[in-house]
Unconditional design. Structure first.
Length: 361
């Protein structure tokens, strides 16, 4: 064999080896899944109907053809208190013991098995601030929120306290709480610094509807422009209606149990002067789906097209904002005609969002 033939043979051998390596890499077994998990809830031994809820989903590098779940080596479909939706397992257990969840995934005609231990998380405390004096629809929402959240807390393992005394928004008082809610207002001027400090130290926050309303964001630049990212109020829909919402991120802890689209509860909807998509700190979780248009029943106050974020988080903070929180009202009789908590799917976001916010670092 001459030198040229030998050189060509070596080159062909190198190409063959590289090709084999590439083929192997394409056919290699995927990594074990990364679990996106909502926290478990402390059991209440005094009430056997209340257990510890865990919701999580495995995230794989490659497309998964099929997933099978097992809880303590028993098919999850046969386990009481377990449900599976869109490859998300929700499991309610009524003891304080550790349980093992096994997931078997079919990927590229191969099976990958992973296990995860689940236990019981500590209870956490929620404090809700409200004003309760402006717009009967907002007052109606506050009233039902202060009835709904305590019941949810009993079921899911958190305490709920509501107050219209905004002087309690201070470092000493907030140290008792893992999550702050703003139901219908934002912190007064003298409490702005205390709230900002709470958030910057890792506190959790969930705000609803009108707590983001403003016509002059310069009044609290950090809150409106940086924290919420909204700028100022632009316009709103009228009358209050449901909306079909699109879940843009189903991997966030607050949205794991949400389908791609779902119908919200009834609300008036706000739009803003700033496009949240242009803010690198803001992650929009749900927005108005195009099937909702026209949104509103008053032709002069309806949305016919465009992009409207409804639920989002700021990646720099442990926070969630939800655009809903304005019930339909019979203003003359002061009677609510809808409930913000009337959508079971939307309620999953509220609960899972609170569980994420209340989770210890």
């Amino acid at each position: 064999m001459n030198k040229q033939s030998l050189f060509s043979a070596v080159i062909m051998l190198i190409i063959l080896i590289i090709g084999c390596k590439k083929a192997e890499s394409k056919d290699e077994l995927p990594n074990q899944p990364v679990y996106a998990t909502s926290i478990s809830i402390k059991s209440n031994n005094e009430n056997p109907e209340i257990g510890s809820l865990v919701s999580f989903t495995p995230i794989y590098k490659y497309k998964v053809d099929k997933i099978s779940w097992f809880i303590d080596d028993v098919d999850a479909k046969a386990v009481s208190g377990a449900s599976i939706y869109s490859n998300v397992l929700s499991f309610m257990f009524k003891d304080n013991k550790e349980h093992t969840v096994k997931v078997v995934a079919s990927v590229k005609n191969r099976e990958i098995t992973s296990t995860k231990k689940i236990g019981v998380a500590k209870k956490f405390n929620v404090i809700a601030f409200y004003n309760g004096t402006y717009d009967l629809a907002h007052i109606n929402f506050v009233k039902e929120a202060n009835e709904w959240f305590p019941k949810a807390g009993e079921q899911y393992g958190f305490t709920y306290t509501a107050t219209n005394d905004w002087s309690k928004l201070n470092e000493t008082f907030l140290a008792q709480y893992q999550v702050v809610l703003f139901l219908d207002d934002r912190a007064p001027k003298v409490r702005e610094a205390a709230f900002q400090a709470y958030m910057e130290k890792g506190g959790g926050w969930m705000g609803f509807h009108v707590c983001a309303f403003n016509t002059n964001p310069a009044e609290w630049d950090w809150y409106y422009n940086k924290f919420l990212g909204v700028g100022s109020f632009k316009n709103n829909t009228w009358f209050p209606t449901t909306a079909v919402l699109k879940c843009e991120d189903q991997k966030h802890p607050s949205t794991l149990r949400l389908p791609e689209t779902f119908t919200s509860s009834v609300s008036e909807w706000y739009s803003w002067t700033k496009d949240l998509r242009q803010n690198p700190d803001i992650k929009v979780l749900c927005s108005v789906h195009e099937s909702s248009f026209p949104l509103g029943t008053d032709p002069k106050q309806s949305w016919y097209s465009g992009y409207y974020p409804i639920i989002w988080t700021n990646n720099k903070y442990k926070m969630l904002y939800a655009n809903f929180g304005h019930n339909a009202m019979d203003y003359a009789a002061n009677v609510g005609k809808s409930s913000t908590f009337g959508s079971e799917i939307q309620n999953k976001f509220i609960i899972d969002g609170l569980l994420w916010l209340g989770k210890e670092k």
